[in-house]
Design a protein around this ligand. Structure first.
Ligand SMILES: Cc1ncc(COP(=O)(O)O)c(C=O)c1O
Length: 389
């Protein structure tokens, strides 16, 4: 491997949320942080080089994306997903959660219903409820260790609540599903038939594991392309979350104008200039780094899978098909779901994301972030086994 993912890079005292705010989050200072979704790896060196060159230039005035930026993003999505975008479809936002909130405000009215599939990324219900929309949940069903969409329930809830919007998580955080084309088609058809706009959060698109293929929702059918907002970002893929750059694609002109109108009303215009540099560099030069990173992450997952199987067989891994996260089922151990995360932080000294954060369907589960050197995974597993035994 050209890149060294084993290297431990101390992150304490860098103001990073993952390591430096244990006290604020009520966790012991010495708990291993395997929670919030950023990785403990440095970004591709080519990206750092571009950032350094721009930093040395030392004029950080108002900036916008030129043709080279669009070409980098366009080529990435065309090459990896067969998603052929057009320049005018692209709207840039300072992050995906921002884009989701903007979509809620611009494309629905107060009191409208918006459907999501829990357990799911916790800001989804927040952007709905804090904007005074009605939250509708169709829970995913866990069957034989794999989550699936309950299409009857999904359809019934859209009809009964006249849901105007569906926020899809694809690939799905935290359960790790990479939705098949058939599943996307089935969900998309229901939405299309009932005037429900799909906001597809595809931030984890680059992390489909071997044997799985991510499909950009807009590529599933031309009708879907007109009934969706595709949210993408280089932030998970290349560990750039703090630079706040994301690219949203909206083919439907009416929808796009409404979305852009709301950005204007909130006074937002251009991305952070360093975010633009990093995003372009990552898509231009980061392909090989990502390939090697994915191999390394697969090794982390293999290690954890084998460890759990031999040492902690009652902690069940929900086999992820994508993302660098994993969803662990602790229910067989019989802990009170409300105390499980605290127990793990205080006794095992591991800081996971509590399953309940992702909705009531997450009770008894924990989400673990495997985007770290192998030695951290090994240490965490050792501590988990000691605490549970
Ligand atoms: C599904 C999903 N969407 C959005 C985000 C965050 O996006 P941003 O930092 O661009 O707001 C995350 C971060 O973990 C995520 O998992």
């Amino acid at each position: 491997m050209k890149y060294d993912f084993d290297k431990i890079i101390p992150r304490k005292n860098t103001n990073c949320i993952k390591y430096d705010f244990a006290k604020v989050f009520g966790k012991p200072e010495d708990a291993i942080p395997m929670w919030v979704a950023d990785m403990d790896f440095q970004v591709p060196p080519e990206v750092t080089e571009c950032i350094k060159a721009f930093a040395d230039f030392a004029i950080y005035g108002y900036s916008d994306s030129g043709p080279a930026y669009f070409a980098a993003v366009h080529n990435w999505f065309k090459e990896h997903f067969g998603f052929v975008t057009e320049r005018e479809w692209m709207v840039k936002t300072p992050g995906i959660v921002y884009a989701l909130a903007n979509a809620v405000r611009s494309l629905t009215e107060e009191g409208d219903s918006i459907i999501i599939q829990q357990p799911v990324y916790h800001p989804f219900p927040k952007v709905i409820q804090s904007n005074n929309r009605n939250l509708v949940v169709s829970e995913l069903k866990l069957e034989n260790g794999r989550y699936r969409v309950d299409l009857d329930d999904f359809k019934r809830k859209i009809i009964d609540n006249k849901a105007k919007m569906f926020i899809l998580c694809s690939p799905h955080n935290p359960v790790g599903r990479v939705w098949t084309q058939e599943e996307l088609k089935a969900m998309g058809d229901i939405c299309l038939n009932h005037n429900c706009l799909v906001i597809s959060d595809e931030i984890h698109c680059d992390f489909a594991h071997q044997g799985h293929q991510h499909h950009v929702f807009a590529t599933v059918s031309p009708d879907f392309a007109e009934n969706c907002v595709i949210c993408t970002a280089p932030s998970k893929t290349f560990n750039l979350a703090g630079l706040q750059a994301s690219n949203v694609f909206i083919a439907n002109k009416k929808v796009r104008e409404k979305f852009k109108g709301e950005l204007e009303r909130s006074g937002y215009e251009e991305l952070n200039c360093m975010g633009l540099v990093a995003c372009q560099a990552a898509y231009e030069y980061g392909g090989e780094w990502l390939k090697q990173l994915k191999e390394y992450l697969a090794g982390n997952l293999d290690y954890m899978r084998n460890f759990l199987k031999t040492e902690l067989p009652r902690v069940k891994l929900i086999e992820p098909e994508g993302t660098y996260l994993a969803w662990l089922d602790f229910r067989e151990l019989g802990h009170d779901p409300n105390d499980l995360n605290k127990f793990l932080a205080e006794k095992a000294k591991i800081w996971f994301d509590d399953g309940l954060k992702f909705g009531p369907a997450g009770a008894g589960f924990q989400r673990i972030n495997l985007g770290c050197p192998r030695s951290i995974v090994e240490k965490a597993m050792g501590q988990l086994a000691s605490a549970l035994k």
